[in-house]
Design a protein around this ligand. Sequence first.
Ligand SMILES: NC(=O)c1ccc[n+]([C@@H]2O[C@H](COP(=O)([O-])OP(=O)(O)OC[C@H]3O[C@@H](n4cnc5c(N)ncnc54)[C@H](OP(=O)(O)O)[C@@H]3O)[C@@H](O)[C@H]2O)c1
Length: 422
Amino acid sequence: MARKKTAERKKKKKKSATRKTVAKKAPGKKAPAKKAAAKKGVAKKGAAKKGAAGKTTAKKAATKKTAKGKAAARKARSRTTARTTPSERGVVPETFRAMRIFDDDQGYRGEVVDQTIDEQSEGDTVIRVAWSGINYKDALAGTGKGKIVRQFPLNGGIDAAGTVVESQSDEFHEGEEVLITGCGLSETRDGGYSEYLRVPSKWLVPLPKGLTLRDAMLLGTAGFTAALSLWRMEANGQTPDMGPVVVTGASGGVGSIAIDILTRAGYEAHAISGKVERFDWLRKLGAQQCISSQELYWGEKPLESAHWAGAIDNVGGDMLAGLTRVIRPWGSIASCGMAGGVGVRTTVMPFIIRGIGLLGINSAGCPYSIRKELWSRLASEWKPAHLDAIENSETTLDNLSEYFETALRGGSVGRVLVRIGG
Ligand SMILES: NC(=O)c1ccc[n+]([C@@H]2O[C@H](COP(=O)([O-])OP(=O)(O)OC[C@H]3O[C@@H](n4cnc5c(N)ncnc54)[C@H](OP(=O)(O)O)[C@@H]3O)[C@@H](O)[C@H]2O)c1
């Protein structure tokens, strides 16, 4: 009897040992793959700078990295089952395509290259980019006609929307759809013209309900800037009952979306454009009056008769100077753009006699809480009613330069999407 019990105990022990081995093996099997992915992708923070700091610092960093890698692996294991498809699980290919901007002895240029994720700026999250778009700033960066890119080489593209494939952040998980606009993309860090993009998750906005990834990039920085302009004007007291709001550079990305959003928000929108042939299209977006910029005459006095209750200005220069003289008392001008010039010759009279407000619009550096709020509005009450009409065309990484040239000569109409992995 005693011998039988001992035999049974031995049998049980063996069984539980087998179970333990299996339980241990499963995560053990996945962890190295995730660790390798983390090493290749998101877990590079500070690694390059550690060399001179000595062994202790390097060791600490390595320990931290391993701990982070393990945490990421744990997180990934707990989430992969329900929320992701196999293609979304930590799969960053060895190389992928990106439009990279160089400024070296071969000159300033954008080239489509094969790159690895480790060649990109650091960040705790990698997204597979589905769509990007073309903004005036992308044209300046891509051609070198404006001082946008501050370090070389750098991937172009100030916008991106896609799916998280690796993340060490607690806020984002693999398979989640996100977007990013501005935040230094294509200025101080690699941008969205790339099949994969590594970024700090603190700048990612979860794709709001009501928008697809494609919609998000149809809006892009342009749509976000139009929304930020109206948001700032309303914060400064602008209301629809004060009268019409005029939009300059109306046929471009920011301009056309601004016309649509203003109309949706209950404003009477007027358009100033250099493209008379686009007036019917602008009316379709909501413009109740269209004015040719070639026929504009502001008068010479510091204060001329006031036509509009507010303005969203994409042109700058003489256009902005003129607007300051014709805005009604207590109205706001959102100064977004400088496609027509950077110098502004005006007087203090509009500000101290009519009390108008000149509001600076900086979409790239917009604080995260406002960013999130505006994207949620763009997906709901401010979602343009004519997104289909605002979409001009779709292109790929290989054909960006022709669109850049068009933008720089003032030829943009609506929005151009860049299909990357979408
Ligand atoms: N502050 C910010 O955060 C922010 C964000 C996004 C954009 N922006 C600026 O806002 C402006 C519009 O951006 P976008 O992306 O909408 O550009 P876009 O799509 O290229 O449109 C620009 C439009 O401006 C008008 N324009 C007038 N004079 C021009 C000139 N000399 N050169 C080029 N265009 C001229 C044209 O419209 P018409 O023919 O209808 O007059 C043109 O279609 C740009 O200056 C851009 O840098 C600023």
